[in-house]
Design a protein around this ligand. Structure first.
Ligand code: SAH
Ligand code: SF4
Ligand code: F3S
Length: 437
């Protein structure tokens, strides 16, 4: 065996778990490739947040059938959130009998054993342990996002938003010990990482399950005290839990970026209640005010969806007016997707597909407008940028300022991983360009 390929779907949490799977695969002395034909092991790290994420995974796995027939020695493994969903492992097995290993998010740490067992016995292998949710920690990590590094602070979610599958596939909240998080970040900073993103489904719940209890703001403070020049980001926050203490912590620590992902989901209090979000439009707007008052020029981004069951034209308008009012620095916009097993699945009043489509088009248009206007505000400013990558398609380097805004510029030398000052010279559409000064 020489090569492996990994295909990742879904959120940052999953991206980071793929880095762990790569770490495990490289223990087998395998090298990464993108080529199905030469890969000896192909791993799909799946997502099931929306139907199209699931559909893409099914499509890509199905496409391997021929190759696997030609070369039965090739090992195909499917992991992540999809097999973890009730009934899906059996469904995958029935549709794609050629899959060798099926595992879930709860037994990622077992992947090494499973692969060994598959190699030794030659037998197909399915293992979804639903009993104890293990934390996927203490495994080797092969990082692929330099100069950024993801660090898990907690796993799982207890919120049960009625549309969301995550609590069913990721289990209940479990926090890592603060000292373990601090020591991981320390070693990342010492080895040259310049931006640390702390990950959790709802980081504001961090530490509630630890004894003694620790809150997220205290964790942030501890991490921000680590020596060296680096940026600290975190996601996601739940509006019901964001408080003044968090805002003060962002304000008082230079290393913590002036930026927050603050998913609203809907601008209608009625829909928010149906979603079990446990805040109203007014509560949410009050917190926006508090954040902006406390942290000067804080960047606020959001997630928002259209077409939740029973969403009326009036509810939808509430989302539009909210976008116009808040003027987010970025919004991830989604069409509600029915997930079996969730509460919303069996609610009445599912919105017809064409109505959902019309709504998403309007929503996106409004946010695009906001994006354009906000991009213009950057013109003439000089900002500190951490250089993320060279984009071969457009021939520019790309980096982000503290607020998370993507900025493009040229350079004759490779400056990935460096902090540079960039003066913004062009802001057409949503793309921002500048010159290093
Ligand atoms: N824990 C994070 C991320 C959840 S998944 C958080 O709470 O912010 C990312 C986003 O996907 C959610 O914020 C939501 O906007 C969207 N999402 C989740 N379930 C969905 C569904 N069934 N249909 C459409 N969008 C969904
Ligand atoms: Fe899903 Fe809500 Fe948990 Fe986020 S907070 S993962 S949207 S249940
Ligand atoms: Fe993430 Fe998708 Fe699972 S969004 S938590 S990979 S269902």
């Amino acid at each position: 065996m020489k090569y492996y390929k990994i295909v990742t779907y879904g959120c940052q949490m999953n991206e980071h778990e793929s880095e762990k799977l790569c770490g495990i695969l490289e223990k087998f002395n395998l090298t990464k490739t993108d080529d199905d034909a030469i890969a000896d092991v192909i791993v799909f790290n799946t997502c099931t947040i929306r139907e199209n994420a699931e559909r893409r995974a099914y499509g890509n796995i199905g496409a391997l059938k021929k190759l696997k027939k030609q070369n039965p020695e090739k090992i195909v493994a499917v992991g992540g959130c999809l097999p973890q969903q009730s009934g899906k492992a059996d469904d995958l097995k029935a549709k794609f009998p050629f899959i060798d290993i099926i595992f879930g998010t709860h037994n990622l740490t077992e992947f090494e054993n499973m692969l060994n067992r598959r190699l030794e016995s030659g037998k197909k292998f399915i293992d979804i342990s639903l009993d104890e949710y293990k934390m996927p920690i203490d495994v080797p990590v092969k990082r692929s996002t330099y100069p950024n590094a993801y660090v898990n602070v907690m796993f799982g979610c207890n919120n049960f938003c009625t549309y969301c599958i995550v609590p069913y596939v990721r289990g209940r909240e479990r926090s890592r010990k603060p000292e373990d998080i601090v020591s991981e970040v320390k070693s990342l900073v010492e080895s040259g990482y310049k931006e640390i993103t702390l990950l959790g489904q709802n980081v504001d719940s961090y530490g509630k399950d630890l004894s003694p209890k620790v809150d997220f703001s205290s964790l942030l403070e501890q991490v921000a005290k680590i020596d060296g020049k680096f940026r600290l980001r975190f996601m996601s926050n739940h509006p019901k839990d964001v408080n003044q203490k968090l805002a003060d912590t962002i304000k008082n620590n230079d290393k913590i970026c002036n930026s927050i992902h603050f998913p609203v989901q809907s601008g209608s209090t009625r829909v928010l209640a149906l979603m079990n979000r446990r805040y109203t439009r007014e509560d949410y707007l009050k917190k926006i005010k508090m954040l902006r008052k406390t942290v000067k020029d804080i960047a606020i981004t959001t997630d928002i969806m259209v077409g939740f069951p029973m969403e009326t034209e009036k509810d939808f308008k509430d989302s539009l007016t909210l976008l116009k009012k808040v003027k987010y620095d970025g919004a991830f916009t989604f069409v509600y997707s029915k997930r079996s097993g969730t509460k919303a699945y069996s609610m009445d009043g599912h919105v017809p597909e064409d109505t959902k489509k019309q709504r998403i088009v309007k929503l996106v248009a409004i946010q695009n407008n906001v994006n354009k206007k906000l991009a213009k505000k950057y013109l003439g400013k000089t900002v500190e940028v951490l250089v993320d990558e060279f984009n071969t398609d457009c021939g520019y380097y790309m980096g982000r300022d503290e607020r998370g805004k993507a900025i493009h510029f040229s350079s004759n030398e490779n400056i990935v991983g460096q902090f540079v000052n960039v003066k913004i010279t062009k802001a057409n559409g949503i793309s921002i360009y500048g010159e290093i000064v």
